[in-house]
Design a protein around this ligand. Structure first.
Ligand code: HSE
Length: 445
């Protein structure tokens, strides 16, 4: 007990999931529990009352200090336990996790979750339940690990119309792209490192196919723009298609390759939301976001531009956000301050079709190298009125007469739909051997 802190009754936590983040929450409460109680004027004393695991024997073997009777494999026992006042959902997925969160809200037990897939796909149902039961659901850990971006949008920027977000919000992809660039690692070796460091999702496909970042972007956009966003309506591509050659070209052209989430409200109210590997000028501030770090640039009409930077994944940073939410949940139990989710307040909203979004592009063609190839490709681009700002075709010094080469075109800004039409025609040329690979060149103002 800290000197001068009033004594208070303790609130019990039901922890669903005891993996990287769950055990991180345990550690933070062990380490900083007294500090939290002190900072809340003695109002919040948190203890873990029950832990949901898949396999009790395995959990006991790996966690010596947790009493065996604390573990259960039945989520109902966790939610219904009278010793559990707040439920923390960290199991991931959208099925059992949904049942746990819904049951907790119906039982009027505040929920803390880091599950962005769940909220992006089924959040509207859960926030309606939250409202119906006047019980909050907190999700700071769902976006950008330890960076307090959710609370920033919900609270600090509440008086702003949000003009745009641009960000690097998947630590695993950023780590992989960085290691491929700086250490020349293969994609597979870099992914294995990220997994060993606890950055990747249980299903790392979500990290590399762009959907982890997309789920987070949907959450940010929903909070900022107030209408439910159908994941099927947004354009997402991941880093699986990035090859060492792309990184090499980017570097030689003065760019870095980043998985970028971009959200912007257009003057007619349409919301542009996309996630894709992008070329960013080396001088851009987001180009300096390395390793597992994330950064979100928020442009509010009142606050102007702000940049939030920090660790976007990993045990302690994510646990930091979960514990902050636990304190918030505990406060709500003491003061009854109602729900805090996103509730639709706009009748209609529309995601801008990706075909109507415009940037400059880097396009890589796998071509059969023979006279006239550049002319054929350029002819089709010219017919579609797409300008070319440069072309490059590297010569492999060990095989200068190679028949198949990568040919790169840098294209002026045009709508993505127009580019797709031109590329469909180009792809049909005899000299093209596989589908062209397209990256955006972002200027980001
Ligand atoms: N797998 C996620 C990432 C963890 O790499 O960013 C945090 O959501």
């Amino acid at each position: 007990m800290l000197g001068g802190v009033k004594s208070c009754s303790s609130l019990g936590i039901g922890l669903a999931g005891f993996g990287t983040v769950g055990s991180g929450v345990w550690n933070v409460l062990e380490r900083n529990g007294e500090l939290i109680t002190g900072r809340t004027g003695g109002g919040v004393r948190l203890h873990i009352a029950k832990i949901l695991v898949r396999n009790t024997a395995k959990a006991r073997a790996t966690t010596g200090e947790v009493p065996a009777e604390m573990f259960t494999t039945d989520w109902r026992k966790l939610v219904e336990d009278p010793a559990v006042d707040i439920v923390v959902e960290l199991i991931g997925g959208t099925t059992d996790a949904f049942e746990i969160v819904a049951a907790a809200l119906r039982a009027k037990k505040p929920v803390v979750t880091g599950n962005k897939a769940l909220l992006a796909e089924r959040g509207i149902e859960l926030f309606a339940l939250s409202k119906e039961n006047d019980t909050p659901i907190h999700f700071e850990a769902a976006v950008a690990g330890g960076i307090p971006i959710i609370r920033t949008v919900q609270d600090s920027f509440i008086g702003n119309r949000i003009l745009s977000f641009s960000g690097i919000i998947n630590g695993t992809s950023n780590y992989i792209l960085g290691r491929m660039t700086d250490a020349g690692l293969t994609f597979e070796a870099a992914l294995a490192e990220a997994q060993a460091l606890g950055y990747a999702e249980a299903d790392p496909a979500l990290d590399v196919n762009g959907w982890d970042a997309a789920h987070k972007a949907i959450l940010l956009a929903t909070l900022a723009y107030g209408f439910p966003i159908d994941p099927a309506a947004i354009h997402v591509s991941g880093i699986e298609q990035v090859r060492p050659n792309d990184i090499h070209f980017a570097t030689s052209l003065g760019y870095v390759v980043k998985l970028l989430a971009f959200i912007r409200e257009h003057p007619n109210g349409e919301v542009e939301l996309r996630v894709q590997p992008s070329f960013l000028a080396k001088s851009h501030i987001l180009a300096s976001v390395h390793g597992v770090f994330n950064a979100v640039a928020v442009h509010g009409d009142t606050a102007g531009e702000s940049l939030f930077y920090g660790r976007g994944a990993g045990q302690d940073p994510t646990a930091s956000s979960v514990v902050a939410d636990l304190v918030e949940a505990a406060r709500s139990l003491r003061q009854t301050n109602g729900h805090r989710g996103f509730l639709p307040y706009r009748e209609k909203g529309r995601i801008l079709p990706v075909a109507e979004t415009s940037t400059a592009y880097y396009v890589r063609f796998d071509v059969t190298d023979r006279p006239g190839v550049i002319a054929e490709i350029s002819g089709i681009l010219a017919k579609h009125r797409i300008g070319i700002s440069g072309t490059h075709s590297p010569v492999n010094p060990s095989n200068p007469d190679a028949e198949f080469v990568d040919m790169v075109f840098l294209l002026h800004t045009c709508p993505f739909g127009k580019l797709q039409e031109a590329l469909a025609e180009i792809e049909a040329l005899d000299c093209i051997n596989s589908a062209p690979v397209v990256f955006r060149i972002e200027s980001l103002g």
